[in-house]
Structure formats: structure tokens, C-alpha cells
Write a protein that binds this ligand. Structure first.
Ligand code: C2E
Ligand code: MG
Ligand code: MG
Length: 617
């Protein structure tokens, strides 16, 4: 058989989209599948043809997904009948004798194959209307289809098209995240496997205030914001980089071939700047800063799981320190893992009441009288004995157990307060430390309300201390909560003042009653005039705002003397007393002028001879 002069097939007008749609089907070069084979079988039987196929027309080739009577897996596109069929995406192409048609070569399957004389093919259409391939039947003799056969072929082609659409939708549903359309974790994983580059950067991106935005404006607004954030992340991608969403406000990005230094110098800033722009969602303008945890391939992990674990460790540090981005650091990670490893022990401790309250007096600098105490948590570990809060409070915060632990501190404070009262003592106001997470919890204010009820509504029994870190994420919300606390009659103190933002300006706006100047400042007032000056400024400003000032960590008479000169109101420190258990504190408390409840000491409470004496000043 001679090769006839062949005219190149026409290129469909939507060729670029057609090829994109074809790629989107992810069907090229896949294994044969029974569903497709069965439909080809049916087509050849109905049309009484010895040859049949489902083919897809790629940029330069025709590829056979399913074939009967055909040896080859692909032919050049220019030789394919089907390349003509797809030029009209709606209609059947029937060539009754190819040998008389100059458009076709008939030995398209090779020299050993009998020439194809008859061809009938129907285009396979995607939902978007692109003709990506064909269902065809062929014969080695010239002939025609009957009307019934044509109709059947059209129906079968339609079935193949539907099958293709369903396959794609199933793939999209299983591979992408419905809200943002970004790849989900599983798809991200397979993308990573395909393009893992030698040196590259993986980043976890966490939107910081999704939780707050959800509670303040509802999940639809938060969803809309997450969607916009996803678009912004996409806009930051260059070259082969890609992004996926892991959960609500958490995304993962991979930058193949990116030098970590370039990430540090430019990409981090670009990501931050892009994501920190305000979001306009209906009538709202929302701001949602981000934290980034960065891991480097292969230094921090060769496999995706290890890289993500490293990036997550870095992210936790970024969140804790409130830094825009943090690179993974093994030393820091060890400390974090230690915190996480403590979790089961902490849970057990909370269940089995291994935590106790110690109390440290706050004294009036002018009179030396105890004007309050601070409750400080201690862990009586079954094997290790007394454990310092410095060691486990950060772990309680990290593992989300701080609210429960804090609730227990308040319960113990209430019960100790009653014991002191029952012993006829002038029970002082107990200040409890409140962690930022705890303050933001849903039940914080109602919990305090119940606590207040448990002390017969006596507002002189309790106060709270919060550190400046409460201001980090949402100052407005913090202000709201603190105002509610104060409206219950419970005073609020800012703890460790000077160590966080070191800004006096926000004191004006915060609803607080007391300022506790951090011990780092107090320690230096006797040796460094600059520190004396700072403390003096704090006291003056606080007084002008009608706040009480407490000096923390007062250890020497000299410090106490200077503080008295500066008219500091109260002091707390080893000079007066270390934190001690409840019954030991009882020995420092004066007796009530008129016993309010009962003069009988509570069980287990031993009153020493010093019960009426104020502590030394
Ligand atoms: P803080 O609230 O600033 O408590 C004061 C800390 O300074 C206490 O350490 C106390 O023992 C120590 N201190 C008091 N006077 C002196 C002194 O004269 N010199 C020196 N060097 N230190 C002094 P502690 O009890 O180890 O507590 C450490 C921190 O742990 C507390 O700092 C507080 O931030 C946290 N914490 C303690 N109990 C709780 C709690 O129940 N809940 C929460 N969320 N945090 C707590
Ligand atoms: Mg405190
Ligand atoms: Mg403090």
C-alpha cells in the first residue's frame, strides 16, 4: 500500500484550552481500564467493526487509552483520523473509504498492519466543551454505518465523556480543598514526591487570628478571608513553587530549588507583606497577621514528613515568640518536644491533684502590713518532688492545659481563703496568675463569676494578674475581657511590667488597677541610676493614672528604702517572705478584729504564735 499525500489535520480553535483540559483529566499514559475497554468492545460489536479505540489527542500524538485490533499505543497526531474528528467537537466523522480521501494515510498502524479503509469516530467532550479525544471504530474494507449504529456510537461516546467528567470531579474532590481550591495535603504530598529538588524550602503558614475572627464575625467571614489568603499565597508563587492547605488557617508551601538565604532575605518579607494587607469582606475590614515556620530540605529532613515536623516545630516557636518567621533550630526544638513530652504527666497530675498553691505576701511599703497574697502554682511530682512553675507553666500553655490548671488554682485559692477565715484570720485578697490563652477562653469571665459566688460575693477576696503577652494577638478583645472582670469588682494587675512591650503608652488604654514592676528592674535600682529613673517614671505615670504600683522581687532593705522614697505602694519579695504553703502563710496573717465566720481553726491548719504579727518591713 502506498502512502498517500496527506494534508495536516486542522488545529481546533480552542487548542490551548483543549490541551489544558486534557492535562487536567490526568489520563494520558495511564494503565488500561476495564470500563473503557468494555465501551470499546460494545462499540465494535454494535458497529460490527474489527477495530475500535478510545484515543486522546495530545499536542503531537494520538494516545490510545483503550484499543481493539490495534497493536501500537500511540501514533503521530498528523496521521490520526481522530485529529480530524476533534476539529468539530459536536459531530461524527465518518470516512467511508480513506483511500479515496487525500486527507488520510491508511496504514497509520505501521507497514505490517492492513490499511484502514473505513473510519467512524465521535468526539469525546469535557464539560467545558473541549474535544479531547474520540471513540472510534475502523475497518479494513470500505463501508458505512447504519443510522442505528451511528446513534449507538454517539451514545457510547457520550457515556465515555460522562465517565471522564466524573473521574475528574472525583479526583478534584479528593485532591483539593473545597473552600480554597488549593491542593489538599494528599495532593500536596504527591506533588512534592514528583518535584523534590536538591536544596529547597518548605514553609508552614498560619493565619494568626482566624479563631478570633470566627468568634467575632462568624465562620462565613472567616472562610471568605481564608479564601482570599489562599489567592494571595498563590500570587506569591514563582517558578515551580506550590501551595496546599492542611486545615483551617494552616497552609503549606514548597519552594523547589530556593536558597534558604533568599527566603530569609526576600520571600519571607513578601509573604508577610502580602498576607498582612487588610482583607475586605463585605462591610468588614479584617487584619490577619501570619506566622511562618520554615524548614530546609535536606538539612532538616529528607522526607516530607520530617520536613513538615521541623517546619511545625519552627512555627510553634514563631507563635510563642510572636515573630513573623522562624527557621527550624534543633536546640529550640528539643525544648519544645520536652514540653510536649510532659503532656501525659501533666494530665495525670491534674487528675490526681498533684498541683498545690503556694502564697507569697504583698506588703504595704509604708506600714509593712500584708495587703494581699499571690497564689503561685507548684507541682508536687511523685518522683521529682517540688517542681518550679518555670518548668511546667510553658508546657501547660503549649498543650492547652493551662485553663484547667488555672481553674484548679482558683478552686484551691477559694478553699484556702475559707480556711484562713475559719481560723479567725484576716484572709487577704488572693491574686491569681492568668495566662493569655486562659483569659481568651470562652468561660473565663463566667468562671470568675462562680469563683466570686464561692466567696460569698466578697470582691475583696480575689484579683488577677496578667502579663503583657495578652496584648499580642488581640488588644481590643483583651480590653473587653479585662473590663468585664473589673465590672465584677475583681481588680486586674499587669504582671512583670517592663519585660514585654516596655511601652508606657498602652497603660492609658488598658482597664487595669495595678502595675507590678518586674524584678529585673527592682534588682538594679540600688546599683544603676538609669534603672532607678525607669522605676520612678513607671511609678509617677501609674499614679497619674490612679494605678497602684507593686515592686516585684524585693530582696534587700536598701531596695525597700529606695522604693519607699519613690512612693511605691507595695512590695513583694524574699525580703518579706518566699512563696509558702497555705498553712505557713496563715502564721503571718493578723487575726480578724471581729471573727466573721468561726474562730475555730480549720482541720490541718496550725496557727503559730506569730498569727497577730505583721511581717517585718
Ligand atoms: P510571677 O507571677 O511574676 O511570680 C513571681 C515569681 O517571682 C515567683 O516565681 C516568685 O517565687 C518569684 N519571686 C518572688 N519574690 C522573689 C525575690 O525576692 N527574688 C526572686 N529571685 N524571685 C522572687 P515562681 O513561683 O517560680 O513563678 C514563676 C512564674 O510562673 C510566675 O511569675 C508566673 O508567671 C508563673 N506562674 C506561677 N503560678 C502560676 C499560675 O497559677 N498560673 C499561671 N498562668 N502562671 C503561673
Ligand atoms: Mg504574678
Ligand atoms: Mg511577676
Amino acid at each position: 500500500m502506498e502512502i498517500m499525500a496527506q494534508i495536516a489535520p486542522p488545529v481546533p480553535p480552542d487548542e490551548a484550552e483543549r490541551l489544558a483540559d486534557l492535562e487536567d483529566l490526568a489520563i494520558l499514559d495511564t494503565e488500561p481500564e476495564k470500563e473503557f475497554d468494555r465501551l470499546v468492545q460494545l462499540a465494535t460489536t454494535i458497529c460490527q467493526a474489527p477495530i475500535g479505540a478510545i484515543t486522546f489527542i495530545d499536542s503531537h500524538r494520538q494516545w490510545f487509552k483503550s484499543r481493539i485490533g490495534v497493536e501500537v499505543a500511540a501514533t503521530p497526531r498528523d496521521l490520526a483520523f481522530c485529529a480530524y474528528t476533534i476539529a468539530d467537537s459536536e459531530r461524527l466523522l465518518e470516512v467511508q473509504d480513506a483511500e479515496t480521501d487525500p486527507r488520510f494515510v491508511t496504514n497509520l498502524f505501521g507497514p505490517d498492519f492492513p490499511p484502514v479503509r473505513f473510519y467512524a469516530g465521535y468526539p469525546l467532550q469535557t464539560r467545558e466543551g473541549s474535544a479531547v479525544g474520540t471513540l472510534s471504530v475502523m475497518d479494513v474494507v470500505p463501508r458505512a454505518l447504519t443510522a442505528t449504529q451511528r446513534e449507538a456510537l454517539a451514545k457510547l461516546a457520550h457515556t465515555v465523556s460522562t465517565h471522564l467528567t466524573m473521574r475528574r470531579e472525583l479526583r478534584v474532590a479528593t485532591q483539593s480543598d473545597r473552600l480554597t481550591g488549593l491542593p489538599n495535603w494528599f495532593h500536596f504530598e504527591s506533588q512534592f514526591d514528583r518535584c523534590k529538588a536538591s536544596r529547597s524550602v518548605l514553609v508552614l503558614v498560619r493565619l494568626k487570628t482566624v479563631g478570633q475572627i470566627t468568634s467575632a464575625h462568624g465562620f462565613r467571614s472567616a472562610d471568605a478571608m481564608i479564601k482570599q489568603a489562599a489567592q494571595r499565597l498563590r500570587s506569591c508563587l514563582k517558578d515551580d513553587a506550590f501551595v496546599g492547605r492542611i486545615k483551617r488557617g494552616l497552609f503549606v508551601m514548597y519552594f523547589p530549588g530556593l536558597d534558604p538565604e533568599d527566603f530569609r532575605k526576600t520571600t519571607a518579607a513578601t509573604l508577610n507583606a502580602t498576607l498582612c494587607e487588610p482583607y475586605n469582606i463585605e462591610a468588614l475590614t479584617l487584619v490577619c497577621p501570619v506566622h511562618l515556620g520554615v524548614a530546609v530540605h535536606p538539612d532538616d529532613g529528607a522526607k516530607l514528613d520530617d520536613l513538615v515536623t521541623a517546619a511545625d516545630g519552627a512555627l510553634q516557636v514563631a507563635i510563642e515568640r510572636d515573630e513573623p518567621y522562624v527557621f527550624f533550630d534543633k536546640a529550640v526544638d528539643n525544648q519544645l518536644s520536652r514540653h510536649y513530652r510532659l503532656e501525659p504527666q501533666l494530665r495525670r497530675g491534674l487528675r490526681q491533684n498533684e498541683f498545690v498553691n503556694y502564697y507569697q505576701p504583698k506588703v504595704d511599703l509604708a506600714t509593712g502590713a500584708i495587703v494581699g497574697v499571690e497564689a503561685l502554682i507548684r507541682w508536687i511530682h511523685p518522683e521529682r518532688g517540688l517542681v518550679s512553675p518555670m518548668e511546667f507553666v510553658p508546657a501547660l500553655e503549649l498543650t492547652g492545659l493551662i485553663a484547667e490548671a488555672g481553674g484548679q488554682v482558683i478552686q484551691r485559692a477559694i478553699s484556702d481563703w475559707w480556711k484562713w477565715r475559719a481560723a479567725g484570720l484576716d484572709a487577704p485578697r488572693i491574686a491569681v496568675n492568668v495566662a493569655a490563652e486562659q483569659l481568651r477562653g470562652n468561660n473565663f469571665v463566667s468562671g470568675l463569676q462562680s469563683a466570686l459566688a464561692a466567696v460569698d460575693g466578697n470582691p475583696a477576696a480575689l484579683s488577677i494578674e496578667v502579663t503583657e503577652s495578652i496584648l499580642i494577638t488581640n488588644m481590643e478583645r483583651a480590653i473587653e475581657i479585662l473590663s468585664e472582670v473589673r465590672s465584677l469588682g475583681i481588680p486586674v494587675a499587669i504582671d512583670d511590667f517592663g519585660t514585654g512591650y516596655s511601652s508606657l503608652a498602652y497603660l492609658v488604654t488598658l482597664p487595669i488597677d495595678e502595675l507590678k514592676v518586674d524584678q529585673a528592674f527592682i534588682r538594679k535600682i540600688t546599683t544603676d541610676p538609669a534603672y532607678l529613673g525607669i522605676v520612678e517614671t513607671c511609678i509617677t505615670l501609674a499614679h497619674s493614672l490612679k494605678l497602684k504600683v507593686v515592686a516585684e522581687g524585693v530582696e534587700t532593705q536598701e531596695q525597700a528604702r529606695l522604693l519607699r522614697e519613690l512612693e511605691c505602694d507595695q512590695a513583694q519579695g524574699y525580703l518579706y517572705s518566699k512563696p509558702v504553703p497555705a498553712d505557713e502563710l496563715a502564721r503571718m496573717l493578723p487575726l480578724l478584729a471581729r471573727p466573721a465566720v468561726s474562730a475555730v481553726p480549720a482541720a490541718g491548719l496550725v496557727l503559730g504564735p506569730a498569727a497577730t504579727r505583721p511581717v517585718k518591713s
